[in-house]
Design a protein around this ligand. Structure first.
Ligand SMILES: [Zn+2]
Length: 81
């Protein structure tokens, strides 16, 4: 195997399937989703809610980051005046 080929195979993601139940990805080698196959319907709802929260947290964090950058930017600007 050449170096180029081993690099290509390493860069390639393992095949993944998207679960219809929890919408998360799991390896195609498994016949059941490893995220939700053990969960009951209510536990699954909880998992989805958590997943949703994480996404929202990330976008809030992004906004704060942007706000921080704007504040720092205006402070720097005020220093120059
Ligand atoms: Zn699943």
């Amino acid at each position: 195997m050449s170096v180029g080929m081993s690099f290509a195979s390493r860069a390639k993601q393992p095949k993944q399937k998207r679960c219809d139940r929890c919408k998360l990805y799991y390896p195609e080698s498994l016949d059941k989703c490893d995220h939700c196959s053990e969960l009951s319907t209510s536990q699954l709802a909880q998992l989805k809610a958590q997943h949703q929260e994480t996404l929202q947290d990330n976008s809030t964090f992004g906004k704060y980051l942007l706000l921080g950058a704007v504040i720092i930017g205006s402070l720097l600007l005020l220093d120059f005046l």
